[in-house]
Write a protein that binds this ligand. Structure first.
Ligand code: NAD
Length: 363
């Protein structure tokens, strides 16, 4: 019997070809995984009648661990994002995005090693929205005026920003636990508490309380705008960053930019009901089926998954093999070449094979 059972969602667009390569590379580590392949996304909408069949969620609930390739968010069909729906259905409250420099990836910076821990369920992304001109919006605007707050202009749309003690506490605790488990030294809480005293202010207050329980880990906080400047000027001063949803979204991209972009940006969404590992990038439909794109972001998400499964040695070997292939720059996809039109760029499959070959040497 396999040691682990993992849900694999091949996704759509460039998803399936990357998933194939990732699965082959993970299998080549020798870790015994029984893959429970579950389809979701635009390619199955016609047959399944939905881009997210219940069986997908049931499979993750059962297996507790999933690896997912990107899925397109269909525009104008009435379906919301499958990616968001999965995170909500499973209450995957922590989005973890390590941003690490790999030699050979073009970037303005070297030696970056940051981890973003983003709250995934609250804040302006909670989906509590009031459309301009709607009756409920008028009622809300009137109620806010009645409650002695400022008058909101009648032609406004309104989005609500809820931040709770519960949500803040569990994400900050997660960041500290992550720091402890992964030998990290410092956690920085990011906020705009000077302006949003009752939402970001609460987040900061809770973060300070949680920090007291982790005297072995340094804690500090930064205002989000200042943090953006500091990350660009001296990223080496930071380690683990914990943020509410919106700032987490924005700073994830900023940090992905520090390490050379989406091609090497892995991620994980984690909660009590399971853990779902996925790249930061999307389904890049224009490259679908061309065996062209970089598999590394999903592959490195697979490395995070192996660590989560307790397979540290296999994770390190797969990460080192990937790093070696990127550094050597020979068997890499177009986006990792100095010139994107370089005819010596290899395809997704060939880069995966080079990583498998490299792993054999590292054994
Ligand atoms: P995208 O990340 O799919 O693509 C943007 C561009 O980045 C591509 O055109 C390509 O040039 C480059 N790129 C992305 N991945 C690459 C890779 N592996 N190798 C080389 N180059 C790569 O972003 P988008 O075009 O904004 O979104 C396309 C679809 O993906 C949308 O439907 C969006 O909703 C969805 N999406 C899904 C996820 C997810 O599954 N978690 C995340 C983001 C976007």
């Amino acid at each position: 019997m396999a040691k682990h059972r993992v849900t694999l969602i091949p996704g759509d667009g460039i998803g399936p070809e990357i998933a194939d390569v990732t699965k082959a590379c993970i299998d080549a580590t020798g870790v015994q995984i029984e893959w429970d392949i579950q389809h979701a996304g635009v390619d199955i909408m016609e047959t399944a009648g939905t881009p997210l069949p219940d069986s997908v969620i049931a499979s993750i609930r059962k297996n507790k661990v999933a690896l997912k390739s990107p899925i397109t968010t269909p525009v104008g069909t009435g379906f919301r994002s499958v990616n968001v729906a999965l995170r909500t259905a499973l209450d995957l409250y922590a989005c973890v995005r390590p941003c690490k420099s790999y030699e050979g990836v073009r970037s303005r910076y070297r030696n970056i090693d940051l981890v973003i821990v983003r709250e995934n369920t609250e804040d302006l992304y909670a989906g509590i929205e009031f459309q301009k001109g709607a009756q409920e919006t008028k009622e809300l605007i009137d109620a806010i005026a009645r409650l002695g707050q400022k008058k909101i202009r009648e032609d406004s749309g309104v989005s609500i920003k809820p931040i709770s003690v519960f949500g803040s506490e569990r994400i900050v605790r997660y960041a500290f636990e992550y720091a402890r488990k992964n030998g990290r030294k410092k956690v920085t809480a990011i906020h705009k508490a000077n302006i949003m005293k009752f939402s970001d202010g609460l987040f900061l207050e809770v973060a300070r309380e949680v920090a007291k329980k982790y005297p072995d880990i340094e804690f500090n906080d930064r205002i989000v705008d200042n943090m953006c400047m500091q990350l660009v000027q001296s990223p080496e001063m930071y380690d683990v960053l914990v943020l509410p949803n919106l700032y987490g979204d924005i700073l994830s991209d900023l940090c992905a930019g520090l390490v050379g972009g989406l091609g090497v940006a892995p991620g994980a969404n984690i909660g009590e009901n399971g853990a779902l590992f996925e790249a930061t990038h999307g389904s890049a439909p224009k490259y679908k089926g061309l065996n062209k794109v970089n598999p590394c972001a999903v592959l490195l998400s697979g490395v995070l998954m192996l660590r989560h499964l307790g397979e540290k040695e296999a994770a390190d070997r797969l990460e080192n093999a990937t790093a070696d292939v990127i550094r050597e720059g020979k068997y890499v996809t177009y986006d990792l070449k100095e010139d994107r039109k370089d005819p010596t760029a290899v395809g997704t499959k060939e880069m995966g094979q080079a990583i498998i070959d490299r792993m054999k040497v590292l054994k």
